[in-house]
Design a protein around this ligand. Structure first.
Ligand SMILES: NC(=O)c1ccc[n+]([C@@H]2O[C@H](COP(=O)([O-])OP(=O)(O)OC[C@H]3O[C@@H](n4cnc5c(N)ncnc54)[C@H](OP(=O)(O)O)[C@@H]3O)[C@@H](O)[C@H]2O)c1
Length: 331
């Protein structure tokens, strides 16, 4: 049995999801030879540290009731720099301008030779090369399945499961908020603004939805996929992006009457990375509705492979983090 000491830096929806799945899957973790102890947790203002392992149920209850993980004041970055542990689970907010606190945290972890598992796509969409170099230099391992498709195993599918295949191209829907809005606009023949408001009421869209509806979120995920799967050295700025804000219910109906749906499709093809609304034949595996995401690759020996699933959510995203942790440490 291997004892792995971990920190969770960022304790919002995903960080709490990680704590919940670690509790829920503790027997399974033991079965695959991993004694996972979370020795430190930080949110933006507070922290809790215990070298023997913090009580995750207590921290979850504290975050719920008091909006704080504990009473400690040691910041996330100082935990990474000073607390003895092997693994940093980085789940702070995404920053697509300069990588934000997530980039600083990841580089600090690599400097100490620690492994990083993250759901934070901003740093990877901007500085993939720098991060992978830094991790290699220090012998750290770096896993980020959760940055791309929530519960969908995008990176593992392309890099591990389909090993030996050459991936010729890929396309998919990587943003559940946009997919929900487009699906509902068609169903209700209602304008964009009305269905955005509905999505916000249901908690599917953020108060500031621009990151999703302008295609920025999809573009960030595509850059990660392009770099990992196609060995490109792209950044977010290399993506051509059009969002969904100008789509009308009339356009959706016209498309539907001709046998098509309009979907926000991200694709990597011939070295180009593109995000734009596209016509998808009804009945095509890409024509999934509601908040679902879908990922499809063309391969040289397996032909087309498509997977669909939930692209976001606390537990769904935590499941991708858990699978990365297990793949790093299982015996
Ligand atoms: N939610 C999803 O479904 C989903 C899916 C895939 C990927 N992701 C990505 O996963 C990451 C986390 O998402 P989320 O939904 O959990 O976000 P969230 O609910 O906003 O949580 C972010 C957490 O980070 C904390 N934080 C902010 N600045 C910090 C700092 N300097 N040091 C330590 N902690 C800090 C926040 O503290 P407070 O609690 O004090 O505010 C909060 O606990 C993001 O990068 C997001 O893009 C999310």
């Amino acid at each position: 049995m291997k004892t792995i000491r971990a920190s969770i830096i960022g304790f919002g929806a995903v960080g709490q999801g990680v704590a919940n799945v670690i509790l829920q899957k503790s027997d399974y973790l033991q079965k695959v030879g991993i004694d996972l102890r979370v020795v430190a947790i930080a949110d933006s203002r507070t922290s809790v540290i215990d070298g023997e392992g913090v009580d995750l149920s207590v921290v979850l209850a504290s975050k719920k009731e008091k909006k704080a993980v504990g009473t400690g004041k040691i910041s996330g970055i100082d935990i990474i720099r000073t607390v003895a542990h092997e693994l940093v689970i980085e789940t702070t907010p995404t920053n697509i301008v300069d990588g934000g606190v997530g980039l600083v945290n990841m580089l600090a972890a690599f400097e100490r030779g620690m492994d990083v598992v993250t759901s934070n796509k901003g740093p990877l969409a901007l500085k993939y090369g720098e991060l992978t170099e830094a991790s290699k230099r220090s012998g750290s391992r770096f896993k980020f399945e959760a940055t791309v498709g929530g519960a969908m195993p995008v990176i593992n599918l392309a890099c591990d499961t389909l090993a030996g295949n050459r991936i010729l191209s890929m396309e998919g829907i990587f943003n559940g908020t946009c997919n929900y809005i487009l699906t509902r606009m068609m169903e209700e023949q209602a304008p964009y603004e009305q269905m955005l408001a509905e999505a916000q009421e249901l908690g599917i869209a953020e108060a500031d939805p621009s990151y999703d509806v302008e295609g920025i979120d999809t573009a960030s995920k595509l850059v990660i996929v392009a770099n990992v799967i196609f060995g490109m050295n792209a950044t977010y700025r290399d993506v051509t992006v059009t969002g969904i804000t100008r789509i009308t219910p009339e356009a959706l109906l016209l498309a539907h009457n001709n046998g098509y749906a309009i979907k926000l499709i991200g694709e990597v093809n011939d070295g180009r990375i593109n995000v734009a609304p596209k016509l998808v034949p009804l009945g095509n595996p890409l024509a999934v509705g509601g908040t679902l995401n879908v990922f499809s690759v063309q391969t040289d020996i397996s032909g087309p492979i498509t997977i669909t699933g939930r692209g976001a959510g606390s537990i769904e995203t935590a499941s991708a983090i858990l699978s990365d942790i297990i793949s790093l440490y299982k015996e």
